[in-house]
Ligand binder design. Structure first.
Ligand SMILES: Nc1ncnc2c1ncn2[C@@H]1O[C@H](COP(=O)(O)OP(=O)(O)OP(=O)(O)O)[C@@H](O)[C@H]1O
Length: 226
C-alpha cells in the first residue's frame, strides 16, 4: 500500500514521513509480469541529505523513483514523505512546440508560484538563460535536460527525486549541478539522485547500490557524515 505519493509535478503532502526522515520507503515490491524488479526496497532519507542510488542498467532505479514520485503504483510496500516533491524524470516530458519560457509559465501555474524568480536564478546558474525564447524542439539534449532539472527545482520543494539528472551535461554544467545539489542539501533539502554511473560517489552523504531488487547501503568513499 502506498500511503503517500504524488502523481503531480508539484506534489502534495500525504502521510508524513517519520520525524527523522523526509522520505521513508518500506518493503516496496514491483513486478512487470513475472519479472520481479523490486523485492522489498527499504530506504530512509533524512532532511539535509544528498543521497544516491546507483546500479546497473535495468536494476530498477527508474522503477523505484517512479514509485516514489507517485507515477507508478507498487505491488506492495509503503512510501511516505513530508511536503511537496520535485521529480526530474529520466526522459524529459517537454513539448517541442513550446518555448522554454512557456514551459516555465505552465509550471508556475501548476506549482502556484507568485513569480519565476527561482526559475530564472536556476537558468542563470545552469547557463541557459539565453534560450528563454527558443522552442524546446530546437534545443540540444543537454539544454533540454537543464530545463527538465529547472522544472523540478523551481518551486523549492523539501524533497527532490532526480533520475540521471546530469545526462548530456558538459563538464562545467556537471560541476554546477553538484554545487547546486550541495547548496540545496545545506539548506535542509533532501535530494535523491539515481544514476548508473557510480564513479563520483564521494559527492553523496548516503549511498545505496540497487542489487537484486533492494537498495543495499554502500560506502560513499568519503566517510559517512549525515
Ligand atoms: N513498463 C515496463 N514494462 C515491462 N518491463 C519494464 C517496464 N519498465 C521497466 N521494465 C523492466 O524493468 C527492469 C528495470 O527497469 P528500470 O528502467 O527501472 O531500470 P534502471 O535501473 O532505471 O535502468 P537504466 O539504468 O537502464 O535506466 C528492466 O529489466 C526493464 O526492462
Amino acid at each position: 500500500m502506498v500511503r503517500s505519493a504524488s502523481p503531480s509535478p508539484q506534489g502534495t503532502a500525504g502521510t508524513p514521513a517519520p520525524a527523522t526522515s523526509t522520505l521513508s520507503v518500506r518493503g516496496v515490491h514491483k513486478s512487470y509480469g513475472h519479472h520481479r524488479v523490486l523485492r522489498g526496497a527499504d530506504l530512509e532519507l533524512p532532511p539535509g541529505c544528498l543521497g544516491g542510488v546507483v546500479g546497473e542498467n535495468g536494476a530498477g532505479k527508474s522503477t523505484l523513483l517512479r514509485i516514489l514520485a507517485g507515477q507508478l503504483s507498487p505491488d506492495r510496500g509503503e512510501v511516505a514523505y513530508a511536503g511537496r516533491l520535485g521529480y526530474c524524470p529520466q526522459h524529459t516530458v517537454l513539448n517541442p512546440s513550446f518555448t522554454v519560457e512557456q514551459h516555465l509559465r505552465f509550471f508556475q501555474v501548476a506549482y502556484d508560484l507568485p513569480d519565476l524568480a527561482l526559475a530564472h536564478e536556476l537558468m542563470d546558474l545552469l547557463s541557459f538563460a539565453g534560450y528563454r525564447r527558443h522552442r524546446v524542439g530546437s534545443l540540444s539534449g543537454g539544454t533540454r535536460q537543464k530545463l527538465n532539472l529547472t522544472l523540478a527545482l523551481m518551486h523549492d520543494p523539501p524533497l527532490l527525486l532526480l533520475d540521471e539528472p546530469y545526462q548530456g551535461f558538459d563538464w562545467e554544467t556537471y560541476e554546477r549541478f553538484w554545487e547546486l545539489s550541495a547548496r540545496l542539501r545545506d539548506r535542509g533539502r533532501s535530494v535523491l539522485v539515481v544514476s548508473h554511473i557510480a564513479f563520483d560517489t564521494t559527492r553523496f552523504d548516503r549511498l545505496w547500490r540497487l542489487e537484486q531488487g533492494r537498495p543495499v547501503p554502500a560506502s560513499t568513499g568519503a566517510g559517512e557524515g549525515r
